[in-house]
Design a protein around this ligand. Structure first.
Ligand code: HEC
Length: 114
């Protein structure tokens, strides 16, 4: 009985943690799908751009400092290259001037949670 309570609270805790994180935010995922992110990126393998799991690993995921998140959001808006040449052969990310800073920040947080 005690064991069942422990397991149950672990499951509830996990559900809460995932639901609360950007990774579980389907609205952000939809926003990215409505933009062109997945034309060049996949979560777990490199495409034209690096995989989102590789991006998350490089910047320490959800533990990335605010300044790093802001820098990455600016890069999504302005585009750019040079950080992932080994994976991309020097390809640039196209700019996304239609995204607000808030939208780009949410997207970066979603990426970092992968
Ligand atoms: C035309 C292809 C393309 C599209 C579309 C694209 N990306 Fe990228 N993305 C890239 C490439 C190429 C890189 C690697 C850039 C580099 O080497 O600095 C990259 C890098 C990134 C990085 C890591 C930047 C860094 O400096 O480490 C993030 C985060 C990212 N993309 C998010 C997004 C999001 C969010 C979207 C949708 C709004 C998006 N990308 C759309 C090609 C693309």
């Amino acid at each position: 009985m005690k064991m069942r309570i422990v397991v149950l609270s672990a499951v509830v805790g996990l559900t809460f943690a995932v639901g609360a994180s950007a990774a579980g935010n389907p609205a952000v995922r939809d926003m990215m799908g409505n933009s062109d992110c997945f034309a060049c990126h996949a979560v777990d393998h490199a495409g034209v751009g690096p995989s989102f799991k590789d991006v998350a690993a490089r910047y320490h995921g959800a533990a990335a400092p605010t300044a790093t998140v802001a820098k990455l959001a600016e890069k999504v808006i302005n585009g750019g290259n040079g950080s992932w040449n080994a994976q991309t052969g020097g390809m640039a990310m196209t700019p996304h001037p239609q995204l607000s800073k808030a939208q780009a920040t949410q997207m970066v947080q979603w990426v970092l949670a992968q």
